[in-house]
Design a protein around this ligand. Sequence first.
Ligand code: BGC
Length: 355
Amino acid sequence: MRKWIKVAAAVLVVAAVAGCSKEDKNSKGLIGISMPSKTEARWVNDGNSIVDTLQKLGYSTDIQYAQYEVPTQLSQIENLLVKGVKGLIIGPIDGTTMTDVLKQAKAKGIKVISYDRLIRGSKDFDYYATFDNYQTGVLQGQSIVEALGLAQGKGPFNLEIFAGSTDDNNAHVVYAGVMAKLQPYIDSGKLVVRSGQVKLEQVATPNWDGALAQSRMDNILSAFYGNAHLDAVLAMNDQIAGGVVSSLRGVGYGQGGAAMPVVTGQDAEIPSVKAIMRGDQFSTVFKDTRALAQAASNMMDAALQGKPVAVNDTTSYDNGAMVVPTQLLTPVLVEKGSVQKALIDTGYYTADRLQ
Ligand code: BGC
């Protein structure tokens, strides 16, 4: 009887696993996609585009979102291995946590692409597809330099910096690009950081969480800006920008005589694009998720078919275990005047979604 129960349970598990997978007998194979979270629109857009492009290339897909829980992401990937995927496209929450699961993938001969965020400390994967993160930071810094007229000698201005999550390699690379533009003005005194918080560890936002950015902004405003006006906020993505703008509005910025600071962003998420149209946020960096999904899908297809895989950077992304062959895409700065051209004319959003 016991034995029978065990067999029945095993059959049920196999059936459940098979039931979840969207393997189609005519497909070129099943590809597993692991995205960090559904809490940000950008990863949902990425996920939808990857599924779409892989299916057009003839693959079946199984997509999982981990809601910013590392153990969830690891067990989702292990499940994908059980389901017999031929390839994995992974946007890691914490790039350093993949070593064991990737060893298993490697042993099964599975092709793995690190998506948008770099997998660190492992050589058991194949390629990296991302936007040029350093350039993203340069665009954010440059947006502040230009809006304030710093290159024309204007200033001093007050600046605060809100970076991303330090467990995400991108936060480090974007920060380097940002500081390449802003550090000279901090050094010359034309940009003043009244909180004194400049180092990445001091300005980081765990999980790029807008609510955490909001409370840090609240604290900084009450401790350092009693009588002073904050002129610019380097917000490393749109989630963070949203939290910062709520905090600023809460103490009266954007109303009466208190002009909203120049607030940057990243991802061109709809609430931020609307904030740019209203004047609450100054800029964002558009990274066309359709293009990144297409690049990663093409790389996966080529790798699985034994064809040459397109990469354009074989030196920049050293993950501590290897220099990862990378395909870098170009980010685009978007301000109020370029929303139409960058986001609507390209078909990324329809005009009505931005109203
Ligand atoms: C991505 C950004 C995103 C951030 C938070 C980064 O790794 O490159 O586009 O805003 O994660 O999800």
